[in-house]
Design a binder for this molecule. Structure first.
Ligand SMILES: C[S@@+](CC[C@H](N)C(=O)[O-])C[C@H]1O[C@@H](n2cnc3c(N)ncnc32)[C@H](O)[C@@H]1O
Length: 237
């Protein structure tokens, strides 16, 4: 089926978001996020550019909004330890199923897992030096998007940075993801939502220009390879 990728398809809903999604497939999806993120999201760049420099000055407090399987948080915790730096990493997700799965796989990484919305963390008066999300913006309807951006700024400590990372929608990204995941549909990605939800995610995602128009003043949009977007707010930046 050929989809119109010239506009965001907000009617397409990811299978993993269904409250009655098959739990076995959902958990396999959380597990496979690690591979997908390593291949397309390159969270090491976030660590090197935004987290490590701050951790060299102070104990760095990091918040991942919509942490899913928690693999990015665990990677950050391990790299900080490897580099002899100190941090407090919080993995937040609105979906209890994600937090249950992720917290059971911490294996001494020391990440704090919380089932909550960002607005609830705001109410608790907490502050973080680095606030990020990965593959979350496209999940949000316009009011949830505005809320997450507002909450991000309220949660930010002086000198901190917010980095919301996501896919950039394009026909090329869709065609490439479709072609590259097809050979693995019945092996590596079997019994997970990775292939189908990935294609829906691209249809729901922003182009750089759409994201610029959707974000309030003060936020900046950066296009990165491959087919990536970053929506950033840096104090004094
Ligand atoms: C596609 S998953 C991405 C998970 C993870 N960040 C990753 O990159 O592997 C999106 C996650 O965002 C969570 N989510 C969506 N809206 C949220 C919100 N407003 N606050 C917190 N989590 C949210 C969902 O429950 C889901 O686990």
């Amino acid at each position: 089926m050929r989809h119109d990728l010239s506009v965001r398809d907000l009617d397409a809903v990811e299978l993993m978001d269904a409250p009655d999604a098959d739990l076995r497939m959902l958990e396999r999806t959380y597990e496979r996020f690690r591979v997908v993120n390593a291949l397309v999201a390159h969270p090491g760049g976030l660590y090197r550019r935004d987290i490590r420099p701050r951790a060299r000055r102070t104990l760095v407090r990091v918040l991942d909004i919509g942490a899913g399987g928690g693999d990015v948080c665990r990677m950050i915790a391990r790299r900080l330890r490897r580099d002899g730096l100190r941090g407090e990493i919080t993995a937040l997700d609105a979906d209890e199923r994600a937090i249950r799965w992720a917290s059971a796989r911490d294996a001494g990484d020391g990440v704090v897992y919380r089932h909550a919305l960002s607005s609830e963390v705001v109410d608790a008066g907490e502050r973080f030096d680095v606030i990020f999300s990965n593959h979350v913006l496209h999940h949000l309807d316009p009011s949830a998007f505005d809320q997450v951006l507002r909450d991000s700024l309220r949660l930010l400590a002086p000198g901190g940075v917010v980095v919301h990372r996501d896919i950039a929608r394009s026909r090329t990204a869709y065609a490439l993801y479709s072609a590259l995941t097809l050979p693995f549909a019945s092996t590596l990605l079997r019994d997970s939502f990775i292939r189908e939800d990935g294609l829906i995610s691209i249809r729901r995602s922003y182009t750089p220009r759409e994201l610029e128009r959707s974000a309030p003043a003060g936020w900046s949009v950066h296009a990165r390879l491959p087919a990536r977007l970053e929506l950033r707010w840096e104090q004094g930046g």
